[in-house]
Design a protein around this ligand. Sequence first.
Ligand code: 13P
Ligand code: SF4
Length: 337
Amino acid sequence: MSTATLDYTPAIAAATAPLYERVRGVIPEMEWPFHAPYIDAINRLKRERNAVILAHNYQTPEIYHCVADIVGDSLALARKAAETSADVIVLAGVHFMAETAKILSPQKIVLIPDARAGCSLADSITAADIRLLREAHPGVPVVTYVNTSAEVKAESDICCTSGNAVEVVESLGTDKVIFLPDEYLASYVAAKTKVKIITWKGHCEVHERFTGSEIGAYRMAHPGVVVIAHPECPPDVQAASDFVGSTAKMIDFVASKRPPKVLMVTECSMSDNVAAELPDVEFVRPCNLCPHMKRITLPKILKALQTMSPQVEVDPAVAERARRAVERMLAVGRKQH
Ligand code: 13P
Ligand code: SF4
């Protein structure tokens, strides 16, 4: 594709005008000529390739609202990756999400627009660490957060996300579980169940930066603000919040309760994405960006579709064992619905 197609022509302006209406509140009009040619090219090429774009809630609004076919939290993206009939999955998110898609759909091509999009939680634990933990706690099942590598999933009994962690832990029917690698998500789960939780010291580099005193300062500056936090936040932040839940649960909370003013204690693009849909809600925006999520951009998505790379590959033997843990998690959700 030549660079000429990336000019902001009157035809592209007309074709993308309805998409601009979706993001008008969060993307200045003067920026649109830079995004629109990529959006137009991506949406055309996506159809030619029978590709589907899955975008995490932390992607920027021009990706989330203008090229994504499916948006959601890690759990929704895993479910949809398993169900799609597309030949190609483009994962606008981080590497573990793309690996999960490949584990569930080994016959499909899975593209990640920047293979360096990692995650501090996924980097905090290895398959060898899990084997040592199993030796230290014989017979105790291992529940692994999806924010982990395929090798770590392969050593696990079952996966979970922040959206279903309590249900997954309780589904095992044991009085003790090893829960990895997020220490703060583990403490959130421990507070909601009688099951004893053995944990690990992994942290999300974005959420661990929030502090309880910072939340107190926001409450002083914005009387009446409703504070909702992700369970990857430290315990003092969770305790200072009105609601704690996965990114999808945070969005549902705001969409259904419509608080006049809200502080979402999480990656900051999510507030932009929700604000674009709920102009009546005022968002207080502490801005902690995930540097990994932010590696995914429109030009990189277009390049991935043009070159059909980088493709995510998982060793088939590892994938088979990891699939058991992911599918066991998805079955817990199915039983509840
Ligand atoms: P969710 O599953 O809640 O979307 O969280 C994923 C994540 O990476 C949060 O930092
Ligand atoms: Fe990982 Fe945190 Fe980024 Fe989510 S926000 S991908 S947990 S580093």
